[in-house]
Write a new protein. Structure first.
Length: 536
């Protein structure tokens, strides 16, 4: 898992196992924790001065063979916490370190139990362009955007969770600090991330623990729903509050505090910024420094990205695990979507491709069919696509993308349908099969193909596949998929292939597949022999 580790001498492991907590600050701990869940160590220490700046706290956790160093944080009222996400079962021991003697040298142990059903660990990059959970279970992102949902009234937040519980989304992008945007029912955000008073009287050296407790409650609830929380650390939309104009020292304090609080949640992703190039107070060098800081301070190595408006970030940087792209035109055709993969050789997530909605501005005017079309174009390009719902109606507090609540578009059920297709497909992900000639086809050569015909209203498809992985006599079954009607219709025959020319194989009888003559049609083609790559 790429945790920062080093070998532990046997005598030290034994010492940690036998040592009793030192006298001083009181300690609260859980006796057992599930693998990839959060073990929380609570200590009581000084509350005077400015503990956010004056007190340094961390802990070393060991299972006898490795040691993992984890930062702690101040949670107000004399309470300090260290959060740890264990990646292995068995006995673990810890010892705290601090510049305050009340907090230093606290020792203890706890047991890590096996992960229960539904807990697969944090998401990692897999097979260069794709994702999987830590236990190897494939993860196929079907994401959405709910920027300010944790700032909405409590009843709207609860409504958002109810909506997500039945929606297809397994990733949600959300701002960590408030956006100064109008809400149809005018309200002030219920809490603020820093001590002080709005609009701009903030003490950036003092955090507001109440704000972060409320936020992490929602992150934990997303975790229980199986949804990854893509946390956006910076953005250009809080100019009324001044959060985008903190100096370098304040930025570093903020990043360190946020990572210490949230890194032990297995469902966290780090998005360094939304539309980073619109934050005029920071340079690309500054963004690179902040990205490296997130990487260095996160002991659990969560996924990291940075989102742009007009100027693409250099996603070759080592701290960037995957590219987060805003580009609607790139996913209008599969060939365009695929190009970014070749540039960075990393997973590409089109987190913003415009929104389904009825907005005045063009970025919120996609129809439901167009949103679904863009998801399918991204899919057969070997990339992933994100959703937004931006319908303003008189009886609604605001749009889903701004503040959550309910979904009003037509695409969500169709994205659920796509998700079932992806999750029943190749575990290692879909990749373009013949990107130089036929960009509409993705899959695993010789075994599995997904063909998306897009806006074409074809009445027939001649059975024709690119040569990779094929040989004469192979047999395939075909299903016709209507991506909008959400139907899968098996073709009542088997196709036996033969070589046609240097590049293609065709059906031995020259056969073709009848199609309904409408846009949004796809084909799923599978070799009739058992496919080892499919998830059982």
């Amino acid at each position: 898992m790429n945790l920062r580790t080093f070998e532990v001498a046997p005598w030290l492991a034994l010492l940690l196992a036998l040592a009793a907590p030192m006298e001083g600050g009181t300690v609260e701990e859980s006796p057992a924790v599930e693998r990839w869940n959060t073990f929380e160590l609570t200590l009581h220490g000084p509350a005077t001065g400015n503990p956010f700046v004056d007190v340094r706290l961390g802990a070393r956790f060991t299972d006898g063979t490795r040691t993992i160093e984890v930062p702690g944080f101040y949670d107000g009222d004399g309470v300090y916490r260290v959060r740890f996400m264990p990646d292995a079962t068995g006995a673990w021991h810890y010892e705290t370190s601090s510049n305050d003697p009340l907090l230093a040298g606290q020792r203890g142990e706890f047991t890590v139990t096996p992960a229960r059903r539904g807990n697969h660990g944090p998401v990692r990059v897999r097979n260069t362009y794709h994702f999987a959970y830590a236990d190897g279970t494939p993860f196929k992102p079907i994401g959405t955007t709910i920027y300010n949902w944790t700032d909405a009234p409590e009843e709207v937040q609860e409504q958002t969770l109810r909506t997500l519980a039945t929606a297809p989304f397994n990733k949600a992008r959300m701002l960590l600090t408030p956006q100064s945007v109008a809400y149809r029912r005018q309200f002030a955000p219920p809490r603020w991330p820093f001590a002080g008073q709005p609009p701009r009287d903030w003490d950036f050296a003092r955090f507001n623990p109440e704000y972060f407790r409320a936020f992490e409650k929602r992150v934990a609830q997303l975790r229980e729903l199986g949804i990854e929380a893509d946390l956006i650390l910076f953005h250009p939309y809080g100019k009324a509050w001044g959060f985008e104009a903190m100096d370098a020292a304040a930025d570093e304090r903020y990043v360190r505090y946020v990572v210490a609080r949230f890194a032990a949640f297995r469902n966290v992703w780090w998005s360094l910024a939304n539309e980073y190039d619109l934050v005029r107070t920071k340079t690309e060098e500054h963004w690179d420094q902040l990205g490296r800081l997130v990487q260095a301070t996160d002991p659990f190595d969560h996924l990291r990205s940075i989102h742009h408006s007009q100027l693409l970030f250099d996603n070759r940087q080592p701290w960037v695990t995957h590219a987060s792209i805003q580009n609607g035109s790139a996913v209008e055709e599969p060939g365009r979507a695929e190009l970014y993969r070749d540039v960075w050789r990393k997973p590409v997530v089109y987190d913003e491709v415009k929104y389904e909605g009825n907005a005045r501005r063009r970025w919120g005017q996609l129809s439901g069919p167009e949103m679904v079309h863009r998801f399918w174009c991204g899919t057969v390009a070997g990339t992933y696509v994100g959703h937004g719902d931006f319908f303003g109606v008189e009886d609604a507090p605001d749009t889903w993308t701004s503040f959550g609540g309910v979904l009003r578009g037509e695409s969500a059920p169709r994205l659920a349908f796509l998700r079932t297709i992806l999750e029943s497909g190749p575990a290692d992900g879909l990749d373009p099969v013949d990107k130089w000639q036929n960009v509409t086809v993705a899959g695993v050569p010789g075994e599995y193909y997904l063909v998306y015909l897009g806006r074409e209203s074809a009445t027939a498809w001649p059975f024709r596949l690119f040569r990779s992985g094929l040989k004469d006599g192979m047999r395939f079954k075909v299903e016709v998929i209507d991506t909008w009607a959400m139907t899968i219709t098996p073709v009542e025959r088997e196709f036996v292939i033969t070589k046609s020319d240097d590049y293609t194989f065709v059906a031995v009888d020259g056969g073709s597949i009848a199609l309904p003559g409408k846009p949004g049609i796809a084909l799923r083609i599978q070799r009739t022999a058992p496919a080892k790559f499919l998830k059982e």
